[in-house]
Design a protein around this ligand. Structure first.
Ligand SMILES: [Zn+2]
Length: 472
């Protein structure tokens, strides 16, 4: 089902049951299958505890291999061991906890998320995925099922996803997936410390060859799943605690430079101006119109078919986040204006179609206004689709978890797109991936205001448990 129709469908159904989904009621006789002490109370306490492990005073910040990251890793390791997992830290600082189950040579299920944070972060981004996985395995240990897993299960707390320190995301997961270039080890932070130095400062002696050895053998891995806060408002809007991720959007970043004729703000008549600022304003409004209503701009021809248009209508998002002008003075008509464009969509071909149409119309506007325009493509990343089987298993697990909690049969679990990148993107180079999103208040993330209801933490833990139980 296309995302827009599924969201609408979900909204119609779930708005009716949102009160039920927001406030789970359970009777004492179901406590034995709900494990509230481990999956809710302890998980929430641990999220709070991990949220206090920070390099900064008064706000949360943990960057790659910082003292707080190392302390957080140690804490996670203790919790992994408490859940019955064998633990180690690899040469990129990733923390692993593994249980072999009945067959140590079977393909392993990997479950992960990141332990680093942005600056002034919330406590759920990354940590939620690590803690729900550990908690679910701890439940299996408490019920004597941990050793009965049909395949090894490995929880991985990745050392770097946000890329705050070295501006290069996925250092941890890309290394395991074998897609981290050796040159990444020589990148420096603001104080000139390289990735290699940061690891060595923490007694991790990595050589370029050991980076290559970190790559997992694809034949040894069954798949990768990740639980993450949604970081957007859709689940809250549809009134549902969990959603299955259809895929992670592809992204293009552009830099647009508009050059006109610099002049005196008081002396050049309006009819004689070649003003790059007003041209940029028109281009930005064009971008908004195109991304809000792609169907009005794109037609069913060789470039775009019906399904492309449908997926664009529901997933396309465009942002101008940075703008600057020269010479940037209140009494000067600027000579040059530059701005960035961040354009994301789940459909790579659709993204190309939009970019083609955008540049066509953009150059027409520039010509009409007698300014020159240069569009530079600064960054491209293709979309990553989640595996259909893994997604349907995560859907069934979420369904089972919510049924256990409410005692009621739930309707369809929402299927949504991720506009943000995740470790699953890097892991998709190694194995099939699936993701589960957890509702967050107001869709807010990368902020201390980030919040997930205790019951939603619990629902996520129960869903991971239900997923694991299919591997027992
Ligand atoms: Zn994250």
């Amino acid at each position: 089902m296309a995302i827009s129709s599924s969201i609408l469908f979900c909204y119609l159904l779930f708005s009716l049951i949102s009160n039920v989904a927001s406030s789970f009621m359970y009777s004492d006789d179901r406590r034995d299958v709900l494990f509230p002490q481990i999956l809710k109370e302890e998980a929430v306490t641990r999220l709070d505890e991990l949220g206090k492990v920070s390099d900064a005073n008064g706000y949360l910040q943990r960057t790659f291999m910082s003292p707080a990251s190392v302390r957080a890793g140690n804490l996670i390791r203790q919790w992994m061991e408490d859940a019955g997992l064998r633990t180690w830290v690899d040469h990129m600082g990733n923390v692993h906890g593994r249980v072999e189950g009945l067959n140590a040579s079977a393909q392993a299920l990997l479950i992960g998320s990141h332990l680093d944070t942005v600056v002034d972060a919330g406590i759920f981004d990354g940590s939620l995925g690590i803690i729900t996985a550990i908690s679910a395995l701890k439940v299996l240990k408490s019920t004597g099922k941990l050793g009965k897993l049909k395949r090894p299960v490995e929880v991985i707390a990745f050392s770097d996803e946000e890329g705050v320190r070295f501006q290069s995301t996925f250092l941890g997961s890309a290394a395991l997936a074998g897609v981290l270039p050796v040159s990444a080890l020589r990148v420096s932070d603001k104080s000139g410390v390289t990735v290699l130095d940061a690891l060595r400062e923490n007694s991790i002696d990595i050589a370029e060859e050991s980076l290559l050895q970190l790559k997992y053998d694809p034949a040894s891995v069954w798949g990768y799943i990740e639980v993450h806060i949604e970081q957007g408002p859709v689940l809250e809007w549809v009134g549902f605690p969990l959603g299955v991720v259809q895929g992670i959007a592809g992204q293009t970043r552009l830099k647009v430079t508009v050059r006109g004729s610099q002049g005196h703000a008081g002396t050049v008549p309006m009819s004689m101006r070649q003003d790059p600022m007003t041209a940029a304003a028109e281009l930005i409004v064009l971008l908004e119109r195109l991304c809000k209503h792609p169907k009005d701009f794109l037609s069913y021809d060789g470039r775009s078919n019906g399904s492309t248009l449908e997926s664009l209508s529901s997933s396309l998002v465009c942002t101008v986040g940075e703008i600057s002008s020269w010479p940037s003075a209140s009494n000067v008509i600027p000579g040059e204006v530059t701005f960035t464009v961040d354009l994301r969509a789940i459909d790579d071909a659709g993204r190309e179609t939009v970019l083609y149409e955008l540049s066509n119309q953009l150059y027409q506007i520039c010509e009409k206004r007698s300014v020159s325009c240069i569009v530079e493509r600064k960054h491209d990343a293709n979309a990553v689709m989640c595996d259909a089987d893994l997604s349907s298993q995560l859907k069934s697990a979420s369904y089972a978890a919510l049924k256990r909690m409410t005692g009621e049969t739930q309707h369809e679990i929402p299927v949504i797109m991720s506009g943000a990148g995740h470790d699953a993107m890097a892991m998709s180079h190694l194995t099939k991936v699936g993701m589960l999103f957890v509702r967050c208040r107001g869709g807010i993330s990368h902020s201390p205001a980030e919040h997930v209801l205790d019951d939603d933490v619990w629902a996520a833990g129960l869903a991971v448990l239900a997923f694991l139980e299919t591997h027992v």
